[in-house]
Design a binder for this molecule. Sequence first.
Ligand code: ADP
Ligand code: G6P
Length: 466
Amino acid sequence: MNRLIIISNRVQPPTGAGDGSQGGLAVALSAALREYSGLWFGWSGEITEEFTGHINFQRNDGVTTATIDLEEQDLDEYYNGYANRTLWPLFHYRVDLAEYERQFAGGYERVNTRFAETVGPLIEEEDLVWVHDYHLIPLGRELRKRGCRNLIGFFLHIPWPPTPLLLSLPSHRELVDSLFDYDVIGFQTTDWLESFLHYATHEMGATVEENGDVVVGERRVRAIACPIGIDAENFVALAHGDIARETCVRMRTSATGRAMIIGVDRLDYSKGLEERFLGYERFLSAHPERAGHVFLLQIAPPSRGEVQSYQEIRGSLDSLSGRINGAFADIDWVPIRYVNRGYSRAVLAGAYRAARVGLVTPLRDGMNLVAKEYVAAQDPEDPGVLILSSFAGAAEQLTEAVLVNPHSAEEICDALEQALTMPLAERKRRWRALMDNVMREDVMWWRRTFTAALTAFSRPSVADAA
Ligand code: ADP
Ligand code: G6P
């Protein structure tokens, strides 16, 4: 069997602790690496004075990771710069926040080149190579320049923006062009795939063949929609474990009979947290009878704190939660519990299970795994209700959720009332349909679907050589 080389900006080696401290992507990729052997390459998260290209190999729980340190300038221009101040906002439709600095673009190119130079020599002839996310779009091109003829796949975990927005990126054509150096590119939903195809056909004169191949002159890439899932079986087991059970009891005790609404998100402007708080405020105003009978637990660990837009969203949420609590709280009730820290997955599973409503309202999200985790953690006999933004990738699969427009405080308000009054039979019916999808299209299904598409792809040069 071929080896698999996974490349992503962030590398999360397995802990083997079994305590639910690992994310779903890490679990899936680790499982893939055990099946195929191979390694997981990326940035260590550490900074060194000068880039050396030194690779730190580690083996944990059957998975080899290979990491490199970057320089301060790389962090500024590549990670905080082009990745998170240019591409992230633009690809989440926030052109207003996107910053176009040549320096960022230069740093992005430099780090992609550094990745290619360092990982290139580790790639052997029959290896499958799988590159992840917006940090590394041009990596395939850099690897090809260095003679790599392997099958290389790319998966984009975030949305693909509509063409008119993408056109605002100064080097849009070059960036998209570099995707044609991959063999297979995967998107989370058919919506993002269609946006990509729109750009390719309208801006590059591409033709799309029946098998999904996108052809521009001599160049060809197969584009597929392949939604990522969670490690559902494992999450269900976590939700039944001791830590989750204790958390669930702790939450219910502290709720003292009040219905809990839960939100769990990185502190990111794409998650629609301000709009969520405003929707909840509208709900409190429209339903004064609910005062003292419901509360919102919002868990939001800080993220990308060196980027100004992230500092700003943090500030706005602090004052908004304070304002709402100030206006509505009573001596024995606080309407919003707002917590800025991370928890283990087992604790999260318990908190989800204790919540009557899962409130997941991103303004734009590639997928949103929290929605799937909320579903997986529910008690089948008394499941909670998922309220989901129709602008999350997950909405394409989780159609039995209560779908809302996250920009509308009124829709959030109505959805909360609908969820809190939903009869048990309807809750069960909706949950069953959601759960079937979460179990069927889980993270193992995702990576099998993607790697199968990659291995099925026949590169002309590969076929000729055979
Ligand atoms: P994104 O990848 O944009 O952060 P997702 O919803 O797809 O959004 O995935 C987020 C992941 O991070 C989920 O697995 C979720 O459980 C985890 N997560 C989010 N907030 C926390 C937190 N406070 N503590 C621990 N894990 C968290
Ligand atoms: C999103 C991105 C991932 C990224 C994660 C956490 O899920 O698609 O690529 O790793 O957010 O963000 P961070 O900047 O902390 O890696």
